[in-house]
Write a protein that binds this ligand. Structure first.
Ligand code: SF4
Ligand code: SF4
Length: 345
């Protein structure tokens, strides 16, 4: 199927059609500032602004808190049904790409997390290209692109009018069969893109990439591997507060905890996000903690993403979204930390 154009005047009608057929998630205004992903009920809720959401799209598929099952009288009571009819509108290419790595975490190696995988199987992801990457973005340094398509079913980018016009016409490119079927289903609200619109898209993609500074992280894995006991870890981590914000906002951090909450004979088993930067994350019941210092915890975070994941999953588990840079209260910047490690003698 050729690229289609959703004219701005049809945006609300498409949103209404999507909302009737599925749970529709899109960026909305965040009371804490900026935007966040949430289920929307009307086009007017949606905030397709240039800046990325504070939290990534991972919360749609891997909620910060979810009930896995309920129990009563020492036995299983019920397992909640997972609603996999989901449309995500406006995920950034970096987030869509990051979700493909999460697919391996929750669905690879012969194991399958039914909660995550069910949502992912049913979802249609309409990513929105970035024409105005933030100063903290570095996707092109880790194999991504502001117009990247990995993990998306459809890639949307501004057509006539451009990103500066609020709600522009959107050029919708099918990326997967699921995406093509989605566009065919909603063909009544779309029109085929003209040659000029496709050409303009290419120019926009090149311009967006050209805006980004490419950082050289080559050799950082090798330096980390041989510098496991280097004092540099203490140096780069000295100001870290251990607040865990960097792990919560990260689209690829996936550590969780499972606890039971009960009242009398009834209760629920819940899964909640956890984070490797917390001092108690690896605390054993014996009192021993294999990562008792914050430099050991930071080493784990950076090595997991830039050393262990390339070995076990074939990819750096960092999409370059820059959220951890923006969220850190003491301005620790993963780009600077990696460069400091890379420069180890
Ligand atoms: S480590 Fe930071 S830049 Fe990389 S994906 Fe996570 S939040 Fe984004
Ligand atoms: S956000 Fe900053 S201060 Fe908080 S744990 Fe992460 S690196 Fe440390």
């Amino acid at each position: 199927m050729t690229p289609q154009v959703l004219e701005a005047r049809n945006f609300a009608a498409l949103v209404e059609a999507l909302r009737r057929a599925a749970r529709l998630f899109a960026p909305v205004a965040d009371p804490a500032g900026g935007t966040m992903f949430a289920e929307v009920s009307a086009a007017t809720d949606i905030a397709l602004v240039p800046a990325n959401t504070r939290l990534s799209v991972k919360s749609v598929f891997f909620p910060q808190r979810e009930v896995l099952l309920s129990f009563k009288d020492s036995g299983l009571d019920a397992v909640p049904a997972v609603d996999g009819s989901i449309v995500v509108l406006g995920a950034r290419p970096c987030d869509a790409r990051a979700m493909t790595w999460m697919d391996g975490v929750f669905g690879g190696g012969g194991r399958e997390d039914p909660y995550f995988i069910e949502r992912r199987r049913g979802a249609v992801v309409i990513a929105r290209a970035c024409d105005e990457p933030c100063a903290t973005c570095f996707c092109t340094s880790v194999g991504g692109s502001p117009y990247g398509t990995k993990g998306s079913d459809v890639l949307a980018s501004p057509a006539r009018g451009g990103p500066e016009t609020g709600t522009p016409d959107l050029l919708l490119e099918p990326v997967t069969e699921k995406g093509a079927a989605f566009l065919e289903k909603h063909a009544a609200l779309l029109r085929p893109a003209g040659e000029g619109e496709v050409t303009a898209r290419e120019a926009r993609a090149r311009a967006a990439e050209a805006r980004m500074k490419v950082l050289d992280f080559s050799g950082v894995k090798e330096k980390m591997d041989v510098g496991f006991d280097s004092p540099a870890w203490e140096t780069i981590t000295r100001s870290c507060l251990g607040c865990g914000a960097c792990t919560y906002v990260c689209p690829t951090c996936h550590c969780f905890d499972i606890t039971d909450e009960s009242h009398g004979e009834r209760g629920v088993r819940i899964r909640t996000w956890d984070g490797c930067q917390y001092a108690q994350f690896t605390l054993h019941a014996s009192g021993h903690n294999p990562r008792s210092h914050k430099q050991a915890r930071m080493r784990q975070r950076l090595m997991h993403k830039y050393s262990y994941a390339p070995e076990t999953a074939g990819a750096v588990f960092c999409s370059g979204c820059g959220r951890c840079v923006r969220a850190c209260p003491v301005n620790l910047d993963i780009r600077g930390m990696l460069h400091a490690l890379k420069d180890l003698p």
